[in-house]
Design a protein around this ligand. Sequence first.
Ligand code: HEM
Length: 149
Amino acid sequence: MLRQTLLLLHLLGVIAWLGGMFFAYFCLRPAAAQVLQPPQRLPLWSATFARFLPLMAVAVVVIIASGLHMLFSVGLGAAPIGWHVMFGVGSVMAVVFGAVYLRVFPQLKAHCAASSWPEAGAALNRIRQLVALNLVLGAVVVAAAVSAR
Ligand code: HEM
């Protein structure tokens, strides 16, 4: 019962995180670029991330806490290789998320507040690259999780 609850929380966090990044990258990004000019588009992204990132911080904590609990209740030695890969690559994803939330997003916000659109655009582009990286790593982690079945 505890393990099923932890797995449920783990997967709900994963779905929100990967699904949110997928939507932002493949749907909102091209639509916003098509419809809005930088003075409208960049504040939209800033306001979107101001809501998305704190929610994902909760999701990342839930994913790691539930994952570690499930991993250590089995023991590192007995865990399949896929779980080790999940732990390693998932930790890298968490660091990349931290860089977006704590480093690049504050820059985007500050440049938007100052109406410095080229600088804000550069910050948004760095976030885009980091989100693309985490989408690829997320796919690797899900493949590793499935391979452990
Ligand atoms: C970073 C620390 C993480 C740890 C320690 C961890 C650990 C685990 C463990 C032990 C399980 C197996 C539960 C079971 O079958 O009883 C699991 C399941 C799973 N994890 Fe993670 N995980 C982590 C991060 C992630 C991330 C970042 C993702 C996705 C991007 C992810 C995706 C999944 C999926 C899809 C399953 C379900 C696998 C299945 O039931 O076949 N995990 N995780």
